[in-house]
Design a protein around this ligand. Sequence first.
Ligand SMILES: NC(=O)c1ccc[n+]([C@@H]2O[C@H](COP(=O)([O-])OP(=O)(O)OC[C@H]3O[C@@H](n4cnc5c(N)ncnc54)[C@H](OP(=O)(O)O)[C@@H]3O)[C@@H](O)[C@H]2O)c1
Length: 245
Amino acid sequence: MGELDRDQIDIRPSPAVAVIGRGRLGGALAAALGAGAPLGRGERPPPGTAAVILAVPDGAIAALAAELAPGPAVGHCAGALALDVLAPHGERFSLHPLMTLTREGAPAPLRGAGAAIAGSTPRAAALATALARRAGLEPFELRDEDRALYHAAASVASNFLITLEAGAERLFALAGVERRHAVPLVRASVENWAALGAADALTGPIARGDVATVERQRAAIATRAPELVAVFDALAGATRELAAR
Ligand SMILES: NC(=O)c1ccc[n+]([C@@H]2O[C@H](COP(=O)([O-])OP(=O)(O)OC[C@H]3O[C@@H](n4cnc5c(N)ncnc54)[C@H](OP(=O)(O)O)[C@@H]3O)[C@@H](O)[C@H]2O)c1
């Protein structure tokens, strides 16, 4: 292996990579990386560690980075943060799995997920890319100026979908229909979107141009769940725009 290759791909097996943070992501990421058990509060990576990944809450990253001895490359997993929070360290990177992990110990759905990568140097970016691949993630580079937009997109794709389903769940409950009966519908809708894209996945009265049915839906919500009328109106408008594409 030549000098350049060695510089670019010096990712030795565990314990060359250490994960700090024993929460939802830390446990899953450490397991996926084969990095051994994640480190807890006050624990520090052993000598010879090439990269340290801080899987701690966003608000704790800067203080923890400042406490770490210089040497290894230091990375965080926060979609919303740039690399300046890791300021004391020369080789800084970010590896943000585009995935939702709801609780510690849950099956880790990291394999095959995307991962937004950034590095303070080409070497740090190459390191983050190699680590993402090692964890079974599919890396893509993210520019600092696009980070807030990217994180907003992730919130819309995941968090807002949950908020939307909470609204649907309420309406189903008011109609006496159990939540479990909606699950195949929701899964099929997401799979259709994944396979076909939004425009071709859209079905229902708005896609069919059935204005009278949509009016009846709106009137029922206004009577039985008025707190959801604003959401219904906003989404009906956005759905009309989608259907018109
Ligand atoms: N969960 C997700 O779906 C997800 C997805 C992508 C990216 N992320 C990112 O991953 C990072 C971690 O999120 P998370 O959801 O895994 O958080 P979490 O479940 O709340 O876990 C955070 C862990 O960090 C520990 N911790 C806090 N301060 C520490 C310190 N100074 N030293 C060592 N450990 C410390 C906490 O310990 P205590 O319990 O003692 O406080 C806790 O075990 C965040 O940057 C988040 O944005 C999360």
